[in-house]
Design a protein around this ligand. Structure first.
Ligand code: MRU
Length: 367
């Protein structure tokens, strides 16, 4: 029997392909929490715009959207032979890859689609197109299982820290929840797994950083957890220190957009500051990372490209009036890199990794 959390998950599925394959069906995350509106995107311009404008966002959800996008755009290529089809397929791949630079899942998913096309190049084109759709479905379905794997490990860490009769305090940043993935999220998966394993919602209390400037924590994570019945508090990002000092936070889970081979983890701007605070206050901090987010080709965080966004997101987007003088310079990096030395561990679906991370990733077969 479906419970109310499952029903909620169904309402807010981030990305899906309708049976008639007429478009990619996404929930427009820029409108949440005020309005739950689903939109269909079909053209290359609309698909890339949806990713760029964060209508669909979160590393795994971006990957799934790109995979479906490439499968759909491939159906528009009217060629007779694979040799004529493939260069145009690559053009579409490059076009989608230019949507955002930091989340490696975008490139991982597009490369996986490319490898699939090449591996089947001797088959008739209509069959290749079908195989591409099946591969995109597989990327989506695997993500559900990956989240469960991360969630089980995160839950085992929560179980060790939970004191009888006391709520466990969890802090998270940005949104690494159902909206960012195919179902359970990454950083939120331990909470949802806890419910599946019989924890009462009141056994935990999740503190969501509001996550300036785009407010993914306030608008999306608290919306999700509140609807799941989990006690939730929203605070400004600059309140994390007082929360940690007061002893309210037992554990921190965040998602990530790209983990370098040495464990440096790029995630939403502010994650690095959280890691520094967590280290200072002795709060365990875990990065929740599908193995597809670990980029062994990037040696350290210094080589991870950081997306810079429009300053208007800081100065005026959420305000009735502009909150900085017209013309003033604005600095708006969308991500920062948490130094691996500050992290307690990185949770992948294959297992929990601790320093030295490169060796730990390799031991799990991540290459
Ligand atoms: O800019 P966003 O909203 O796409 O940033 C998202 C994050 O930083 C998430 O924490 C990350 O993608 C992990 S999602 C499971």
């Amino acid at each position: 029997m479906k419970n109310s959390v499952d029903e909620f998950f169904e309402r807010v599925i981030s990305v899906k392909l309708p049976e008639d394959r007429s478009c990619i069906d996404i929930i427009d995350q820029t409108l949440l929490p005020g309005e739950i509106r689903r939109i269909g995107v079909r053209t290359r311009e609309d698909i890339r715009e949806a990713i760029r404008k964060l209508r669909v966002r979160g590393a795994p959800a971006i990957g799934v959207t790109a995979a479906y996008g490439l499968a759909l755009l491939a159906t528009d290529i009217k060629e007779e032979t694979f040799e004529a089809f493939y260069p145009r397929f690559l053009e579409e791949k490059e076009y989608l890859a230019a949507a955002r630079p930091t989340a490696v899942n975008l490139f991982w998913a597009l490369n996986r689609m490319d490898e699939t096309a090449k591996a089947n190049k001797d088959k008739p084109l209509p069959e290749i197109l079908e195989i591409l759709f099946r591969e995109a479905d597989a990327i989506r379905e695997e993500d559900v299982q990956i989240s469960r794997g991360i969630g089980e490990i995160g839950l085992s860490l929560m179980e060790k820290l939970k004191k009888p009769g006391k709520q466990i305090g969890i802090l998270t940043h940005c949104n690494a929840g159902t909206l960012a993935t195919a179902k359970y999220g990454t950083a939120t998966a331990p909470m949802y797994m806890a419910l599946e394993h019989g924890w009462a919602p009141e056994d935990m209390h999740v503190y969501c950083d509001e996550t300036r400037p785009l407010l993914q924590g306030a608008r999306l994570t608290s919306f999700e957890l509140y609807n799941a019945g989990i006690p939730t508090t929203v605070q400004c990002d600059n309140m994390a220190a007082i929360l940690m000092k007061s002893g309210k936070i037992d554990i921190i889970f965040t998602g990530c957009d790209r983990v370098a081979a040495n464990g440096d983890s790029a995630n939403k701007i502010g994650t690095s500051a959280l890691a520094i605070l967590a280290h200072h206050y002795g709060v365990p901090m875990y990065i929740c990372a599908p193995s597809s987010t670990i980029d062994m080709a990037t040696p350290t965080g210094d080589e991870i490209p950081i997306e810079m966004r429009d300053g208007e997101e800081i100065t005026s987007m959420w305000y009735k009036e502009r909150m900085a003088p017209e013309g003033v310079d604005v600095y708006n990096p969308a991500f920062d890199v948490a130094d691996h030395r500050l992290l307690t561990g990185i949770i992948t679906e294959k297992g929990l990794c601790t320093a030295p991370y490169k060796e730990a990733f390799e031991a799990l077969g991540i290459r």
